[in-house]
Ligand binder design. Structure first.
Ligand code: SAM
Length: 281
């Protein structure tokens, strides 16, 4: 057994993390789940050898995929999370006292059970919050049959391979739009544009056909290798027109203390560098 965990996500580019202590390595019903300790990033969870979450840098990803749409919306009450089995996204969403209900639809019960036991710091009690409704199901099936009524939908999925592939289809995005309330916001984990440009272009093409306001925003997560990660953004509302002053007022009222998110970082994240703008349809 090598004492390095090497990602095989890209043909000619590999990220490796040192395994200082292997805690778990086995198949679930859907994926190979591995957990190990690394001096720099703490506990690291991989699915099919792709880094999903680390104790060290998960705050960047979870804060930007939760606080950006919730504070942009300004009156969100019901949030849907597709995926997110480690509980980190629910942790950040549930920091907003104004949120009444969070429905989390995760395909792999093994990831949830496992994260509760071995990564309690990631969910930080979110799984025990009475506002959280956990559904073990395929997100594509759930979104096709749900009655909807969600102010914000967050797709915190794996990459478009294996069980996550169906979450990057026009069909899924169409049903997600239908499940939003008027002015509701859909945000998606959309890969690292420098290495996964086509993935972003495909999603943006679908959002362009579905939403009045569609784009992506960026944040760099050290263990999502290859530069900044893109987050898809789609809404028919004017949530992106909210002024910095108004965002600062909402941020203050929310009384949360993130380690990455600020209202200025929020607004700046939508300024796209040329190579990303060129990927937009
Ligand atoms: N932040 C990570 C990333 O960017 O790669 C994602 C973390 S989260 C652990 C991803 C979750 O999506 C996994 O728990 C996986 O089981 C779940 N997932 C994958 N396909 C799914 C599907 N079709 N429906 C619901 N959950 C799914």
């Amino acid at each position: 057994m090598s004492d390095w965990s090497t990602e095989t996500l890209h043909d000619d580019y590999r990220q490796s993390l040192k395994i200082d202590r292997l805690l778990y390595d086995s198949e679930t019903d859907h994926q190979r789940l591995k957990l190990f300790e690394n001096k720099t990033f703490g506990r690291v969870l991989t699915l099919d050898d792709v880094v999903q979450v680390t104790e060290g840098d998960n705050f960047i990803y979870h804060e930007m995929l939760s606080h950006v749409p919730i504070l942009s919306h300004g009156a969100a009450r019901r949030v849907l999370i597709i995926g997110g089995g480690d509980g980190g996204m629910a942790r950040e969403v549930l920091k907003h006292d104004a949120i009444d209900e969070v429905v989390m639809v995760e395909i792999d019960a093994g990831v949830v059970e496992f994260s509760r036991e071995f990564l309690p710091g990631i969910s930080a009690g979110a799984f025990d919050d009475p506002r959280l409704k956990l559904v073990i199901a395929d997100g594509a099936e759930f979104i096709r049959t749900t009655e909807g009524g969600f102010d914000v939908i967050i797709v915190d999925s794996t990459d478009p391979v294996g069980p996550g592939e169906v979450l990057f289809t026009d069909h899924f995005y169409g049903h997600a739009k239908r499940a939003l309330t008027p002015g509701g916001i859909l945000v998606t984990q959309n890969g690292v544009p420098f290495l996964q440009g086509a993935e972003l272009t495909n999603t943006m093409r679908a959002f362009k056909a579905l939403f009045a306001d569609w784009t992506c925003y960026l944040a760099t997560v050290p263990t999502y290798a290859g530069g900044p990660m893109a987050f898809g953004w789609g809404t028919d509302g004017a949530a992106r027109q909210v002024s910095l002053e108004e965002l600062e007022a909402r941020f203050a009222a929310a009384a949360i203390s993130p380690d990455y998110y600020t209202p200025a970082v929020h607004q700046g994240a939508f300024a796209l560098p040329g190579y990303v703008a060129k990927l937009m349809p």
